[in-house]
Design a protein around this ligand. Sequence first.
Ligand code: G3I
Length: 321
Amino acid sequence: DGLNTRAVAAGKAYFGSATDNGELTDTAYAAGLNNTADFGQITPGNSMKWDSIEPSRGVFSYAKGDVIANLAKANGQKLRCHTLVWHSQLPSWVSNGNFDNATLIEIMTNHITNEVSHFKGQCYHWDVVNEALNEDGTFRESVFYKTVGPAYIPLAFAAAAAADPAAKLYYNDYNIESAGLKSTGAQNIVKLVQQYGAHIDGVGMQAHFIVGSTPSQAAQEANMKAFVDLGMEVAITELDIRATTPISDADVAKQVVDYGNTVRACKAVERCVGVTIWDWTDKYSWIPSVFSGQGSALPWDGDLKKKDAVYSAILSAWDSG
Ligand code: G3I
């Protein structure tokens, strides 16, 4: 019995975790990740991003991405492949290349075709475009947007669909987990891709939350349904709930409620297919390095010890309703 077996019993495809290549040499960590009772799905935290895969133009390096894909295969875990087109972790030859519209489209589609073809048949989901929006729902001024305009998004989805028709293709972003300008912007991206005639299957809600200000279950459910009404499936793709460290008992209590609300929202929405936490132990969380003084965001602590209250909240959330 575990987080994944309960998710599957609740009719979902998986409960999963992000991971990263450097962490796998930690044998206690690897044993936890390989436990499919808890994790039926993994996401590479870094090794399928553009700077890792195509560090210079036309030079593709798949060794690290293959390690994660092969691990998923060996464990019988689903793989969420992450991510093809993102303004961050983008090598400077792309971001500073001053390419014209036609050339950047050619570079982007070549990147997508090469990478998606390489992993063809192995990706349950592909995060095709990641974080294309500003907080007010307008398009982020990435090199792709500035050079190509909004059309880069449907073009990216069309290239991914052509290279692996079986992978489910996702738009993925944060702060789109409840109604608001940015969620509306993401719904407009879905419509844009559909109007272009390209294929999109789903929208990933990253869900990088803060203890005590996580959206309510009802707010998350209503928001998911807005995407479902556009024909989308949805997934919680990068869940973590950060607190000021050391975390207080009061914040642990809030965190238990917050984790429960998010998982119950996914449980309640039929087309929410699964939940992924952004790594499973505080030992390898990205939070403390980016938000100084914050952390304790995951269900296992920095010594790989299970936080019983958080863990049981997720388990029982899968049994809710
Ligand atoms: O690999 C280099 C290493 O060679 C170097 O010595 C070291 C020194 O800083 O950096 C290492 O790269 C780091 C990389 O993670 C691998 O550990 C980068 O500095 C660091 O910036 C990078 O952070 C990643 C971050 O994305 C970058 O934006 C996190 O691990 C990763 O968890 C995080 O994931 C993102 C999702 O992709 C999208 N949504 C938000 C989420 C959290 O930021």
